[in-house]
Design a protein around this ligand. Sequence first.
Ligand SMILES: [Zn+2]
Length: 323
Amino acid sequence: MKILFFPAPELTRGEDFGYDGNIGPTHWGERYRECTGKHQSPININVLRVKQVALPDINFIGFDDSIDDVHVTNNGHTVLIEVENEPHPRVRGGPLDGDYIFSQMHFHWGDNDTFGSEDKINHRSFPMELHMVFYKEEYQTSKEAVKHSDGLAVLAFFYELDRHQHPAYDEITSALANVTEPHTSVVMNHPFSFLNILPYDLRRYFTYRGSLTTPPCSEVVTWLDFEQPVRLAHEQIEVFRELKSAHGKIRHNFRPIQPIGDRTVFYNIDSTYFGYNELDDPSEDTTTTKPSRRKKGNGSPPFKRASLYLSLSLIIFVGLVVM
Ligand SMILES: [Zn+2]
């Protein structure tokens, strides 16, 4: 593994915030006004209050490409994964208007496996969360994109524990061992594909408008929180907790939840799925095996039945007129 020691450009700022004490999240607003805004992230998602929608499919472009120039950097707050190869992976569709280009991905974690994610689902925390950050193509750079309310899209993935190691994460965790010191970076030894580190089900997700979860807390992010967690072994999550900032080990780096205010969280399902309220127990539906697509007992969703009745009455009506 090639070890590089260079400060990435974004590392020149952001030394003035942390997760504890007088540089912790409750103080961020003193220096960064937007951190006290009304549409901040993360939030708790109450599944009884979400609005169910069937959005257009998301296109994940370049997610199964084998990317061979991948940089892994400890920026003193988290570990960043960046790619050099062009073109970068991109996403379009779902709630997004236009194409969003991959910028970087990074992780948030907690002191132990009982918490660490930023967003919560029904007040449930997950031990770790992945953020894949994309900027809107028309703004050309992520620096320009953060000046616009629709500038960024973040795909968020939760982690939960598994007895087995997730092989696709071996390359990441072995890179982490070489960047425990802040402001160090390595290039991954092996090609890397986005799809390999994601859960199987990319259709069910929550989406809402929010902010960056670190200063400057800009309210420019369309969040997509995928429901199915990625399963990692405890030892694989432990490796993240070995990373250091200027103040010692980064034991946790998640921001506490913020008020949801007047926002609506949408829950995307495809129409062949059950709605959230109709699942027996959402928490049991999180295996890495193919998720069950449980149909409604009587076959078709209500709107389909309604249109069937409508068509039938129309046929009968036309039949009567013709006779
Ligand atoms: Zn993040």
